[in-house]
Design a protein around this ligand. Sequence first.
Ligand code: B12
Length: 249
Amino acid sequence: MAELSDIQNQTIQDEIEEYLERADEIERFTELFARVKPAMQDIAAAIIEGDDDEVDALTAKALENGIDAIEIMDDGLIAGMGIVGIKFRENFVFVPEVLSCARAMRAGMAHIEPILSASGIESQGKVIMGTVKGDLHDIGKNLCIMMLRGSGFEVIDLGVDVAEDTFIDAVEESGAKVLGMSALLTTTMPNMGRTIEAFIDADVRDDVLIMVGGAPVTQEFSDDMGADGYGADALSCVAMAKELIASAA
Ligand code: B12
């Protein structure tokens, strides 16, 4: 098992020591940061500190040094946000701090997005993505969109707080065969089911295949509400979109 001292970045060491209390989380993040490159630890530390200028500079430097965009996304940006999430849950930080971290995340993603989108692969089909009504979380959705675009999908991004009718209108207007919904709050998760119901009520459920995701969403929840697929992360979002497009053909 990795030790805290295996992590080179002092901020990350301090954060784990000071803010993580659950044994499973201490172990998970110690293992994770001991495994990733020091440059990724530095990016994660800048995310945790909400320092967008630093994330901007470190991400650019990592890319210049030949580190893969997906590695930067997973081992730097998302890993840092993982610690922020725990600190938020445990009330060590509050909404304004988390917003700074989200801004820092965007500064990093701004470098990653053009690379993932520029792969020049033949179009795989159209996907509509949106965060459900009442929910303003969009970091995970935006990562999924980046990965989908990078894999050749044309993505229509409806943004956050998307009402049932807006999803329906977008499907009808665009003819997209796949719709992805994101939710991060247990209180907004049921709006995914309500959106599916709205498609049924409008008699257009058969026009589109629906995938769902977001931290609190599970395969079981997805099955219960009648979605066609579930993905736990951005990579599985792409895999699911491919599977659904293939089954719609
Ligand atoms: C950042 C953040 C915020 C930011 C959001 C900024 C933004 N632009 O997104 C701000 C500060 C605005 C915010 C506000 C709130 N938040 Co908040 N937030 C978070 C935090 C810390 C991180 C979320 C995140 O970005 N994760 C990183 C991304 C990469 O992960 P992800 O979203 O899960 O996405 C991945 C997968 O889920 C999947 N995925 C996502 N979508 C989809 C879709 C499809 C189709 C597929 C296949 C896959 C997929 O792929 C993604 C990439 O791998 C979480 C804590 C956490 N651990 O999740 C709390 C959290 C979600 N928030 C929480 C709360 C309570 C709130 C507030 C109510 C706080 C308040 N008192 O005001 C408000 C609600 C605002 C609203 N109406 O939405 C709670 C929810 C608790 C619950 N049980 O519902 C959490 C869990 C924190 C906690 N207490 O533990 N929040």
